[in-house]
Design a protein around this ligand. Sequence first.
Ligand SMILES: [Zn+2]
Length: 147
Amino acid sequence: MDSKRKLKSLHIEKQLALKLWKSALKFRKRAYAPYSKFLVGAAAMSSKGIIGGCNVENVNFCGSICAEQNLMTRTVFEKALPIKIICVVTKMKNDPKGAANPCGFCLQVLSEFCSPELVIWTGNLKGLVKRQTLKDLLPGTFKRGAF
Ligand SMILES: [Zn+2]
């Protein structure tokens, strides 16, 4: 791809990321996080349009589910794969200008259904913060065929 086409492609991706950020911000409001108060919203562009998830906590912390896992289970249920781009919105108490990355468990769940090229945008309440790919965040994925 020549540099002009690459720039145009990145511009289009950024527009989509902004759309997903707005959706993730909305989905974040649906989070059930009475224990941590750490609300997370996630949105992806799926084959059936924007699909989202939020974190849902449980008094037994092992029963809690992250927004990204919620997003992926919904995507599978809706038969809306593949997804190539997601946005995750958080508000970090100690770093208001930053945004949290998905946890390791979520990265593994994402790797089950998405390519290593999956674009993962993180954002906070003010906007997009960082663009990374699944392989940036989880270079040593536990893959099929390992057992
Ligand atoms: Zn997680």
